[in-house]
Design a protein. Sequence first.
Lengths: 132, 132
Amino acid sequence: MGREAVLDVLSLTEDHLSAEDIYMRVHETYPAIGLTSIYRTLDMLVNIGLVYKFDFGDGRARFELAEGPKGKDHHHHLVCTGCGHIVNYRDFIDEEVALLKKTEEGLSKKYNFAITNHLIQFYGLCETCRKK
Amino acid sequence: MGREAVLDVLSLTEDHLSAEDIYMRVHETYPAIGLTSIYRTLDMLVNIGLVYKFDFGDGRARFELAEGPKGKDHHHHLVCTGCGHIVNYRDFIDEEVALLKKTEEGLSKKYNFAITNHLIQFYGLCETCRKK
DNA sequence: TTAAACAGTGAAAATGGTTGTCAATAACAA
DNA sequence: TTGTTATTGACAACCATTTTCACTGTTTAA
Ligand SMILES: [Mn+2]
Ligand SMILES: [Mn+2]
Ligand SMILES: [Zn+2]
Ligand SMILES: [Zn+2]
């Protein structure tokens, strides 16, 4: 099963790979694999919560390892609307984490939601893109 | 030009409409319009910042009026991963707004980004979906 | 006024990431 | 063995979005 292979690829990078990116990398050490299986495996990994699926607006899904024992630390994204460059940032202000928890609790109560996750992204222009 | 028609449709709902949803509604009062023009107009409205484009993972882009003079108030999203239901919430805790600004400033400085916007979504299960 | 350049538009075709189908093979059970 | 079930990859189908292009109405320049 390519489950391990896909997880290995994802654990080796900070990038946000597309299904085809992953396919190509797995293919190097596991040439028998098909793109279909990569999609299938990713789907399953996303469903069991080991992998996150994102859409940054470039027409293809992007994946990264979910946080956890083997996963990267939890982080948020800084997205450049000019060139698409994405920064993973984890240096949260202390208050940020505290407030996030507080906000989740408030929303849970008010709207009767069992909140399990959040997505936080800031959009703007990186230094390079600003200079043009 | 269908610009007005599209904006009218979007200003009449709290929902997050797809391009085709919008097409069908505009079509009622403006039967000559084509789907291509809807896409073109949406693209342009997104570029000039009058409309926001989202992806909630159902395979099609979703649109809503950006905040502003004629727009809705700024809000964040609560997304049910069970049924896809989306809540627009605007009752921010006071601190939330303050901290958001502070965080933006910190990030701007640290990563040299000119931040113009943010996307904040909480994921979970709504009451109905929790009961199954 | 006229004619050429231009901008806006919709129908239809093309694109391309993703999903579905299906036959082949592997793993397992009786 | 032998039948059953699970896994897999090649290929076809899908479908939201984009591209192409002919057609129209509008502006511009002589
Ligand atoms: Mn990331
Ligand atoms: Mn909304
Ligand atoms: Zn950039
Ligand atoms: Zn639900």
